[in-house]
Design a protein around this ligand. Structure first.
Ligand code: CMP
Length: 139
């Protein structure tokens, strides 16, 4: 059975280019409720742990560099079928392949600066949400 939460990051360039409001508006319009949200600046150590699943990929250190280049906004989003529906809303990881109307089509600059992250499974959504929000938080 699919869960009802997913986790997102609005990435550095999207934050510094003033896209937080428009992206949150699209998320809201698509029917997601924000259960938790905060703005922060990741340290290299935190980013390495968060993205450890990619540690053997060639883009790992570049990803860590980019994700620590400025403030990000992290949020837990609630909706039925949250993981799958949010991945449809954000579009393909590569913005050149993202469908019209998706968040990445509209706001991403490149594969590296692809505006937003979205969890790819219920298990990862729970891990990622717990990474940034305390166990006492109710989603
Ligand atoms: P995201 O889904 O947030 O998580 C991993 C990130 O790595 C991904 O978004 C991309 O921004 C980034 N990335 C950079 N290069 C690649 C690549 N070649 N394949 C997949 N992800 C990449």
């Amino acid at each position: 059975m699919s869960g009802n939460i997913t986790f997102t990051i609005i990435k550095p360039f999207a934050v510094s280019n003033g896209h937080v409001g428009p992206i949150l508006n699209k998320i809201h319009t698509a029917g997601f409720k924000i259960s938790a949200m905060r703005m922060l600046w990741l340290t290299k150590g935190e980013a390495k742990i968060f993205y450890a699943v990619h540690k053997d990929r060639p883009f790992y250190m570049d990803l860590v560099e980019f994700m620590t280049s400025g403030p990000i906004v992290v949020a837990v989003l609630k909706k039925e079928n949250a993981v799958e529906d949010f991945r449809k809303l954000i579009g393909s990881t590569d913005p050149e392949k993202a469908d019209e109307g998706t968040i990445r089509k509209e706001f991403a600059e490149s594969m590296r600066a692809n505006a937003v992250h979205g969890s790819d499974s219920d298990k990862n959504a729970n891990f990622e949400a717990s990474f940034f929000f305390s166990g006492l938080q109710r989603f």
